[in-house]
Design a protein around this ligand. Structure first.
Ligand code: CTP
Length: 493
């Protein structure tokens, strides 16, 4: 996207168009999607501009989907006044782009990602104003910018007042799009218009627009089969499946003091832990968020406990889990914090001054997760007795930031005695400290590892909470079974 651009309002180009919904049903595009539609596996960018016919774009979206297309919507600012982006977002399951300067949650420029990945762009309805902007390459709105940035075939379906469509300026712009740019034009039809007049300006029938998209795509190879390169889907809404649950999440890095001003720290931003806390809150959980050093904004709905050092975090975690006689109890602990493995043995009371070389002696910190596992399970990693277990036992989840290989992850899971370990390679692009995305593999105490694709941290959080919620439900089902029944089941007769 070129610099100095700003979104412009194409309201000046709001064109009259109206009439009924004639001719839009019963075409080939109206059949139910059975996975074998003519656009199966294709990503189609649907560009909507500010015409009264914009409402028909909702039905066009459904028809494209019924042909198997994954549809992402881009809108001019004025189009958002005719049809609500929320409607299109809910139906397309993609964020709707209407701001040319907006970034996606993962930091990518939305319309550029779409321009690169789309198999076709269809602009329907296209106003006289938009045709003029496009014919002159003026990328002031997200629809024009996407077309300019894309090598995908473009289909344009104009809709406006008849006089406007007949004006030499509009004719010239349409001719330019068709002849110079190679865009497919789906001509508007004769009919009654929003102005009350009759003329050529009604948006073409929706099946004919779908047919034009199918023809434009032809048998070209799918441009972006990898979902990770497409605009990310809006995560499916989760129900309040964690209502009544208490979840403790740690986030950020710890700071191990050297002197009053210096510390040993790490690059953790806290984003992953905060995403988990937010997702858990959205799903109805009561969340205690224990944070070390974190740059990510913290959710106000959580009970936030600041604990900068590994020692302070250990105390805070044990307290939040009810291990210190609070009796509050917690259902799950997710240790997303990057806890220091070592701390300086001696902490200077006053600032160390520059002199000769300095040697720091470091001692290992307590492994908080391993200790929690011991305390709550009443067993150490080797299976030995370690006091009475916590009832009911919380689900314990660790994170492992590795570099280069995840080979150590299964052993880490076992050694810490936890239920789930989320491992990622922080050296991989888009997956690590400070990024908006993560590509993780989830190891379970009692199941096969699952490698997830590159996802937003929020989606990783929700998928992880799906696993935690399922474990808690399973735990409670087992506990609801009367003890006598359980004994009978366990004792062979
Ligand atoms: N962790 C912890 N207490 C520590 C260190 C780590 O509870 N003192 C937790 C982290 O929050 C994370 C998990 O343990 O959930 C794994 O941390 P990681 O540093 O990857 O593992 P370590 O066991 O420290 O192994 P190593 O440093 O050898 O990679």
């Amino acid at each position: 996207m070129s610099g100095g651009m700003r979104p412009t309002d194409d309201a000046a180009g709001v064109d009259g168009e109206g009439g009924g919904d004639r001719g839009e049903r019963g075409g080939r595009g109206d059949r139910d999607h059975d996975g074998a539609g003519r656009l199966a596996g294709r990503l189609v960018a649907l560009g909507i501009t500010g015409s009264i016919a914009a409402y028909k774009a909702v039905e066009l979206l459904r028809l494209l989907q019924s042909e198997g297309a994954d549809v992402a919507v881009i809108m001019t600012q004025s189009a958002t006044r005719f049809v609500a982006p929320l409607t299109l977002e809910a139906l397309s399951r993609h964020a709707v782009e209407s701001d040319v300067l907006a970034l996606m949650p993962d930091g990518r420029i939305g319309h550029i990602a779409l321009a690169d990945a789309a198999d076709a762009i269809v602009v329907a309805p296209a106003t006289a104003h938009w045709l003029g902007m496009m014919a002159n390459g003026i990328a002031g709105d997200v629809v024009t910018a996407t077309c300019l940035a894309s090598a995908a075939p473009v289909v344009v379906a104009p809709a406006m007042d008849g006089e406007m469509y007949g004006h030499p300026a509009t004719r010239a712009n349409v001719a330019r799009l068709r002849d110079a740019f190679g865009y497919a034009i789906v001509d508007p039809e004769l009919g009654s218009l929003a102005s009350g007049q009759t003329g050529v300006g009604r948006l073409a029938s929706l099946p004919s627009i779908v047919d034009a998209v199918v023809a434009a795509v032809g048998d070209r190879p799918v441009r972006s089969p990898d979902p990770a390169t497409r605009p990310s889907p809006v995560p499916a809404a989760r129900e309040a499946d964690l209502a009544g649950r208490r979840i403790v999440v740690t986030a950020g890095g710890t700071a191990e003091p050297i002197d009053p001003v210096r510390f040993i720290g790490n690059r953790s931003s806290g984003k992953m832990g905060v995403a988990i806390a937010e997702a858990a809150l959205d799903r109805g959980a009561a969340v205690t968020l224990i944070v070390g050093l974190a740059s990510a904004p913290l959710p106000s709905r959580a009970t936030v406990v600041h604990a900068e050092s590994a020692a302070a975090m250990r105390t805070a975690v044990l307290e939040a889990l009810g291990g210190h006689g609070t009796g509050a109890g917690s259902d799950a602990l997710v240790m997303a914090a990057a806890v220091a493995d070592f701390r300086p043995v001696l902490v200077a009371d006053t600032k160390l001054s520059r002199g000769g070389p300095l040697t720091l002696e470091l001692a290992p910190t307590t492994d908080i997760l391993a200790e929690v596992a011991r305390v709550t399970r009443g067993r150490d990693a080797a299976g030995g007795e370690a006091g009475p277990p916590l009832e009911p036992p919380p689900v314990l989840v660790g994170f492992a930031a590795e570099t280069g290989s995840l080979a150590r992850a299964p052993e880490k899971l076992r050694a810490k005695g936890i239920d789930l370990l989320v491992a990622n390679d922080v050296a991989e692009a888009g997956s690590g400290f400070g990024t908006e995305t993560n590509r993780v593999t989830v190891y379970a105490r009692d199941g096969e590892p699952e490698a997830w694709p590159l996802l937003s941290k929020r989606e990783v959080a929700d998928r992880l909470l799906d696993r935690i919620a399922a474990r808690l439900d399973e735990r409670d089902r087992t506990r609801e079974t009367p003890p006598s029944t359980r004994i009978r089941q366990e004792t062979p007769s």
